[in-house]
Ligand binder design. Structure first.
Ligand code: GLU
Length: 437
């Protein structure tokens, strides 16, 4: 049995494996790759919180800044009981690559607190969020490191965090954090940006593969912010969403679901499975319940993992029938699972491209905060569309040109940009030549 230390070690190491493969195909110098193997800085904090019943609980949180060569580090904060340092390091590394993939001027970071937020009252959640900012305030800032939402954090939490940071600074500082409520300096279009970015990738696939939406059966694992939005956007265009799941299980209906009522019911009952299979609705609309594992192996045309990492592994990759996977979660496929998919020619639009819509609109939010000038929704959508289409096609063409899989192409694309920035500061090739002169 691997110890939890081992498995923690594995996630970051697994992420770094991709770096080695892609670096060999890109123009990046070895020295630059060496730098990317090590996060720039790691902070672990304890957050003492007074609970509603008067007792004290001490939570552990992390913030990792991976690389800031291309700009301030950027990345979300997640609240989850399984948060661990290796995971946060891997997520921070992926953010460095993601920001480079879409060409926005940021490095990568990530934060996390070990907590099950569903067990906290709203007031405890607010105290925890403000308490975390109190502990990391010296580590973040609009020009150093800019957090955002991630798994189980949302706009309201970002609003509390921005307010706390502003209090500490004695200065209103909206640009310290993105994904805020629009009324507190958030950007229009940030709430559905991750789903919409993935949707724009799927529309490019539709064009390239001449898909008829009505014929495309889609399974979505994870029905949080991104999963719900991509489901709605695809459904509006006529795609058939035949399976959806959340952490408690899923539902399958070959005729497809009406997504608006699924979202509404999920938000009322807080679980997807209950929507169709508790009580009368289950009888009215025939749907089978399925597990998260079974959802991945359904006979569908498009599979969208939109939940957590490590879902597609060497154990189940061979059973996956979908010919196309669009990764909305961060790191849903392990590198050995990926090798199986590559071998059987599954087209995987990788996380660092497919879910980059979120951080792209976060960048728009930061720009608007710094300018103090706010854009209409149309402008956000148009600018996001332009970036997603440009980068999707650049990566798709690189994949064809180099005969590599799309994930490797995305990494090569990212590493070329990161490498250029690191090399602009000088590597030993430059310095030894200068000294020789
Ligand atoms: N948590 C999101 C991600 O993984 C968004 C990050 C951000 O907006 O900074 O991409």
């Amino acid at each position: 049995m691997p110890t939890s230390e081992d498995s923690q070690h594995d996630l970051f190491q697994d992420a770094i494996t991709r770096l080695t493969t892609a670096a060999a195909l890109s123009e990046i110098e070895d020295e630059a790759v060496q730098r990317l193997r090590h996060p720039k800085a790691i902070l672990e904090v304890s957050i003492p919180i007074r609970m509603d019943d008067g007792t004290l609980r001490v939570f552990t949180g992390y913030r990792v800044r991976h690389d800031d060569t291309r700009g301030p580090t950027k990345g979300g904060i997640r609240y989850h009981p399984d948060v661990n340092l290796s995971e946060v390091k891997a997520l921070a590394f992926w953010m460095t690559c993601k920001c480079a993939v879409v060409g926005i001027p940021y490095g990568g970071a990530k934060g996390g607190v070990i907590v099950n937020p569903k067990e906290l009252s709203p007031l405890e959640l607010e105290r925890l969020s403000r308490g975390f900012i109190d502990q990391i305030a010296d580590f973040i800032g609009p020009e150093t490191d800019v957090p955002a939402p991630d798994v189980y954090t949302n706009a309201r939490i970002m609003g509390w965090m921005m307010d706390e940071f502003s209090k500490l600074r004695r200065q209103r500082t909206p640009a310290v954090i993105t994904g805020k409520p629009v009324s507190l300096g958030g950007s229009l279009g940030r709430d559905d940006a991750t789903g919409r970015g993935a949707y724009f990738c799927i529309k490019e696939l539709e064009r390239l593969r001449k898909w008829q939406p009505r014929e495309i059966r889609v399974a979505i694992q994870g029905f949080g912010n991104a999963g719900q939005h991509v489901a709605q956007l695809l459904h509006n265009d006529g795609y058939r969403i035949v399976a959806v799941s959340d952490s408690r299980g899923g539902v399958y209906r070959p005729e497809g679901f009406d997504i608006a009522s699924l979202i509404q019911a999920k938000n009322e009952t807080r679980q997807v499975k209950a929507v169709y299979c508790d009580g009368s609705v289950c009888e009215a609309v025939k749907a089978d319940t399925i597990s998260n594992e079974d959802l991945l192996e359904l006979d569908v045309d498009l599979l969208i993992p939109a939940a957590m990492e490590n879902q597609i592994t060497a154990d189940n990759a061979a059973n996956i029938k979908a010919p196309v996977i669009v990764e909305i979660a961060n790191g849903p496929t392990t590198s050995d699972g990926d090798a199986v998919l590559v071998a059987k020619n599954t087209l995987v639009v990788p996380d660092i491209l497919a879910n980059a819509g979120g951080v792209t609109v976060s960048y728009f939010e930061w720009v608007q905060n710094k300018a103090g000038y706010y854009w209409p929704l149309e402008e956000v959508h148009t600018k996001l569309h332009a970036i997603m289409v440009r980068e999707f096609n650049a990566i798709y063409e690189l994949m064809l040109k180099k005969s590599i899989d799309m994930r490797t192409a995305a990494y090569v694309h990212a590493l070329n940009r990161i490498g250029e920035a690191i090399e602009a500061q000088g590597t030993s090739r430059y310095f030894s030549n200068e000294i020789a002169k």
